[in-house]
Write a protein that binds this ligand. Sequence first.
Ligand code: FAD
Length: 434
Amino acid sequence: MNGKCTCGPSTGMRSVFGSAYAVLVFLPLAVIMMTSAWDRQDDHGKLTSALVLIFYSVLTLQPVLAARLKALDRQFGLDIVYVFHKTMGMIAALLQICALAFFLADPSGHVPKPAWLGTLLIIMLGLSAFLYRELGLTYESWRRLHNVLFAAVFPAAFLQAWGIVSRMDSLPLAGIIVLQAVVAAAAYAYHRFLGPAKRRKTLYRVKSVSAEARNVWTLTFEPRENRERFDFLPGQFQFVTFDQGKGEEHPFTISSSPRDADGHSATIKGSGDFTKTIGMVKPGDLVGIQAAFGRFSHLLEPGEDRLVFIAGGIGITPFMSMLRYMRDTGEDREVLLFYANRSEEDMAFRRELDGIAALAAPRLRVVHVLDAPGQEWQGERGRIDLPLIEKYAHDFRTPLFYLCGPPPMMNALAAMLIDAGVPAKRIRTERFAL
Ligand SMILES: Cc1cc2nc3c(=O)[nH]c(=O)nc-3n(C[C@H](O)[C@H](O)[C@H](O)COP(=O)(O)OP(=O)(O)OC[C@H]3O[C@@H](n4cnc5c(N)ncnc54)[C@H](O)[C@@H]3O)c2cc1C
């Protein structure tokens, strides 16, 4: 529990994962192309088989990508893995629609029933992912629907692929298709049932609930029965499942320092239908926790001495964890924190930040920026922009930037910094949306 980084990404490992993914996607096709039955098909048949098999392989890898595997998070970050999952979902839908079009164009006029069903279900999966709000669904109910639709589309995809196996009469292809189904089912079962069941056996207790600022609360958690807490890097996040691990699951940054022996915390702003009720959580309540994820941590950049943190509102949480860790370990880095809020009542951790800024290490300077301050406010006003950054950060193209806040603010700042000559690879971002 020391927050020491032993788990950085490596280009080699990333290439291994990328190549493994490509191999798995094309494996059934490669196997079938080596059979004599493949050569007996006309071009139309070959293309249809290829589409069906690639679609099936992409679909079987979707639950693996969604399963929050630590090895993938370590190399790419869970946010990137989820973006890839969404992109491959769209590609899968396109492949299935093309496969159906090819079946329809087949001179025999035979369209297998699983092709119709698979297309209908994958279109519903795609539309619900993009339009769940317009359909009046909450994120949670959309997620449940997403899981049910996947469980329905998968057998259709299997039967469609099995149709190719039967036509080609290929035992190796049959073996691969079944193996892919087993891997997909195992990943799905682990993510949906086994993982949550395991976490319900190792619940955490809410130790305290305290108001941090207007509409912001800090919840501190401790493991039950003298169990060890998980290890994490400052800046990483956790998934918290309320109501004894049976209720809604939400991602929250761990706002405490890994060195804090009194438990770990989440600082949460009431912003939506669930988080608005967070102040009603009581000490003693039990929650399930899955942690730790993410690559938004200064510890992954040991050689960087000058850091600029830019936080908007509740986006302060990963920075609190990093700064608390620097305080606890006496880490001597130069940190300039810009912290934007609407008004003074919205500023969380103000006194604690002042305390850290008064220390010799880290060398922290905090610049509060208020959008709608009171008359007596002496500090910066308005929005964080380039002139403001230049005012406080000498030679602002050299430090490493970390941004966390509302998406419009982050997008505008990242674009502004890049336009001003800061290389994109020197800007780290954490988005509070997966
Ligand atoms: C990596 C990460 C770290 C975060 N850290 C913090 C933090 O430290 N403090 C904080 O206050 N908030 C944090 N959030 C945001 C927090 O997870 C959402 O505000 C919260 O889940 C919204 O739930 P809601 O039902 O109240 O709001 P809603 O209005 O229902 O949802 C608002 C948006 O939040 C997202 N969301 C909602 N429910 C979920 C869910 N179950 N799982 C994933 N995303 C969901 C969706 O993008 C949705 O559009 C973080 C999010 C991420 C991804």
